[in-house]
Write a protein that binds this ligand. Structure first.
Ligand code: TRP
Length: 334
């Protein structure tokens, strides 16, 4: 608890480009969370180096992601948006938790197995202990809830195991986090294969709308979106392409499915796809304009980075001192 509010933590990697799916499915919902939770959103650059990165590129993408979160509407006074590498407590707690995590547990992590198979030339120890660093991120702030996708649930589970193990030995040190199951946003599917989730790593560029796509690109991608030959703008599982387009349209316009279906009754797919594209452009444009404005305001972004790192550092150190004392490290002399 911080100031009577539960703590929410989430980390995001600055790899790949954010998609419309990330925005409508997650980010847009986060904007409302800061009233209820004390929110920490970390750009997890320590995690990024488990895979080889080009230094200048990593630095640029990390800053862009941080800026984009603010551009999308996360108020940096209410949400602590910061770089993981600026708060040394992450690494320190990760080391400690490494000593409370078993090789056998880490061997079972499916993401490790997948990534090791993908990067056979660089299966480093960091890739193996990646979940421990993630546990450190979460436990460092005594987080109550963590919004995560399905692919990260196993990591949250191991975080809970580590926290409970530690608490079992030393008493109640860590808050045991829960996955955040909130009002979930629409699940946005690929425009080329509507049975697959829209993903930033999709190889087909027409499959996903990127948050930074310009209007022409957005419209073009929607024009090419896969539909069907039913010639009916109906909301049903048998027409996954149309269903996905309706979901996107409704989330962007805040209309109900029934309203949208009525609006497009008797209309052709071409006209419908154009309307969906325009609705998306209307949502993305202000975010892109704000991003471009903020990107030029170096002093402001630098200020946010500095202030939020200090805030995160303060809470991180509170937990770390408690942990160090429990384990038996000598007290710091001031
Ligand atoms: N591993 C997460 C991902 O790739 C990112 C992450 C790092 C994270 N630390 C976290 C997510 C802590 C939630 C909480 O998506």
């Amino acid at each position: 608890m911080i100031d009577g509010k539960k703590v929410l933590f989430s980390g995001m990697q600055a790899t790949g480009n954010l998609t419309l799916g990330n925005y409508l499915g997650a980010l847009k919902n986060w904007l409302t969370l800061s009233d209820e939770y004390e929110c920490f959103y970390s750009v997890v650059d320590l995690h990024s180096i488990t895979v080889r990165q080009e230094p200048a590129e990593l630095r640029k993408r990390a800053r862009n992601l941080l800026t984009l979160y603010i551009a999308a509407g996360l108020d940096p006074k209410k949400n602590c948006i910061y770089y993981q590498s600026h708060v040394s407590g992450h690494s320190q707690l990760a080391w400690i938790l490494n000593c409370f995590t078993y090789m056998g547990e880490l061997n079972r992590m499916t993401q490790f197995k997948d990534k090791a198979a993908k990067h056979t030339d660089n299966i480093n120890a960091g890739l193996f202990t990646y979940p421990v660093l993630m546990a450190a991120d979460i436990l460092l702030f005594q987080s109550d809830v963590v919004p995560v996708g399905k692919d990260q649930l196993q990591h949250l589970e191991i975080t809970r195991d580590i926290a409970q193990r530690f608490n079992g030995i030393y008493g109640e040190v860590f808050t045991v986090p829960e996955p955040y199951i909130g009002k979930t946003g629409a699940k946005i599917m690929s425009l080329q294969d509507p049975l697959k989730k829209m993903s930033k790593s999709d190889e087909n560029p027409n499959a996903s709308i990127l948050l930074m796509d310009d209007p022409d690109t957005v419209i073009r991608k929607f024009k090419r979106a896969v539909t069907d030959s039913d010639a009916c703008i109906c909301y049903r599982d048998e027409q996954p392409g149309i269903k996905n387009l309706l979901d996107i349209y409704c989330t962007c316009t805040n209309k109900s499915t029934a309203e949208a279906v009525k609006e497009f009754e008797g209309k052709g797919y071409g006209e419908f796809k154009l309307a969906v594209g325009e609705a998306v452009v209307a949502v993305l444009k202000p975010v892109q304009e704000e991003f471009s404005r903020l990107s030029k305001d170096k002093a402001y972004i630098d200020g946010v980075i500095k202030e939020n790192a200090q805030k995160a550092d303060y809470y991180a150190n509170k937990t770390l001192r408690k942990v160090e004392k429990k384990i038996g490290f000598p007290e710091r002399i001031r």
